[in-house]
Design a protein around this ligand. Sequence first.
Ligand code: SF4
Ligand code: SF4
Ligand code: SF4
Length: 305
Amino acid sequence: MSTVTLTINGQEVTVPAGTTVLDAALGAGHFVPTFCHDPAYPGYGGCRICVVEIKGARNLPASCVTAVAPGMVVETDSPAVMEARKTILELMLANHPVDCLTCEKSGDCRLQDYAFRYDVKAPSFGGDKKNYEFDDTNPYISREMNKCILCGKCVRTCQDVEERAVISFAYRGFKTKVAPALDSSLAESACVSCSRCVSVCPVGALGYNSLSGKARVWELDKEQLTCTWCEAGCLFDLVRKDGKVIGVAAKAPGDGRPLCLKGRLGLELRYNDEPLKPMMKKDDEFVEVTWTEALGLDDIMEKLK
Ligand code: SF4
Ligand code: SF4
Ligand code: SF4
């Protein structure tokens, strides 16, 4: 295997040829922020928050799509890099709601983390705000596109991992938006509710309905378990608050493949601490019924009496 030796922040680093500058820097223990990068399907280079300074280069290249070269000298935190990252964050925040006080993602949000890290306190650019309707039409997943930073990770995971391509970029310029075909709601689309897209979203644009409003991120304990419903053995997080299971979340790629809906819901049922209450639709309304009625066993039970 041929290798390449370069210098990153004054440290000599040797990596296999073809490695990206991002992976070389991360592997050597240097921090580089990313929004759109995903180890499961690398090489996108859309958000550009991972820019670095390379001696002799005319601009600041995105490290996730730049291959290492022999003798390359890289700075990941030079003044020019810091300034570029601040500008990118300010542009993102200029049309972002910034309602971190009530956002479910607060405490686990990359936009919030990087704003803190690079001291971007408030948007310094004025501008139009997006005003999309909250999409809670899917029983399992909610979409708040005003918080979307257009990183494209959900689009790629739906297309490349789930191989369904339910969602894509729609419109252009400021109006660019991630949406199902014809800008329909998720419920009207071909979405199978696998929740892979939720597991990769770096901000609060996508969320689990089952966890909504139940806890702040820092109140949650997560236990990694392996699904046993099929031979794939997907990993998931059993989510607890105060020792009580409140839901099941998919693991993002990189920590194992996320769950299918069958696995996630099956495990939510299995680990649910609340007694289950069967519901049936009667006169267009769901009402609580007995288990024998829900399973259509009332007639048989009557005969057994
Ligand atoms: S997505 Fe992040 S930055 Fe935006 S409101 Fe939520 S926590 Fe705040
Ligand atoms: S839940 Fe699955 S199928 Fe639906 S949009 Fe997200 S990744 Fe695609
Ligand atoms: S919904 Fe989330 S993952 Fe999808 S493009 Fe927007 S920020 Fe990225």
